[in-house]
Ligand binder design. Sequence first.
Ligand SMILES: Nc1ncnc2c1ncn2[C@@H]1O[C@H](COP(=O)(O)OP(=O)(O)O)[C@@H](O)[C@H]1O
Ligand SMILES: [Mg+2]
Length: 235
Amino acid sequence: MLKVSSVSAAYGPIRALHDVSLEVGEGQIVTLLGANGAGKSSTLRVISGVIRPTSGSVEFLGQRIHHRSPEKIVSLGISHVPEGRELFTELTVAENLSLGAYTRRDRDGIRQDLDRAYQYFPLLAQRREQHAGSLSGGEQQMLAIARGLMSRPRLLLLDEPSLGLAPLVVKEIFKIIDTINREEKVTILLVEQNASMALSIAAYAYVLETGRIVLADTGSALKDNETVRRSYLGY
Ligand SMILES: Nc1ncnc2c1ncn2[C@@H]1O[C@H](COP(=O)(O)OP(=O)(O)O)[C@@H](O)[C@H]1O
Ligand SMILES: [Mg+2]
């Protein structure tokens, strides 16, 4: 479904990605692991069109998308839930969700998807008129994911959904990610520092180190990999 081929990217003089290649098959959950500054967010930004690669290509469903605008990429079926959530904190839960559908014109479909979002996230339904900024960290992450789903994506890019959340909340978020994948048939590229949670739901995983892919294998094989255990799982 998604094919990133030999992508390099930079911020001015700072090179963030070197020759990164990865693939995500339709229906899969694939995870991209790595320490702070490894280039995980930059990889997602290239895919969603926020930054342009200096070389290499990105193909989605057979189309080259790396010169498309972020809006066009959303309308092709890719939704990016950014690191730090980036909600409109002064707006309500309902308003944030509506903004997630900004590329769509099918009002009936949008209303149906809004109802479905509230079914998936009952906590958000109870708080629909509350300002997003007044939600707890976990609720804000749920809102960010729910907003990402409002464009009805086929591929969801999730950037560190567990960041700053308590272990029980992290567990709940991962359960929801798994459910969305299975029930809504949304393919997921999940960026995480929490390797053990990510590897527990991912079919395939890549490890980034200073902008380069250094390991790639099935989730279960990487869980048993000596280097991954020592560097990312901590045992
Ligand atoms: N907006 C930016 N401007 C300049 N450098 C950046 C910017 N964002 C990221 N970088 C740099 O690019 C590299 C990769 O960062 P990033 O993709 O955010 O890593 P990760 O998400 O894995 O923590 C780092 O060296 C980081 O300092
Ligand atoms: Mg990041």
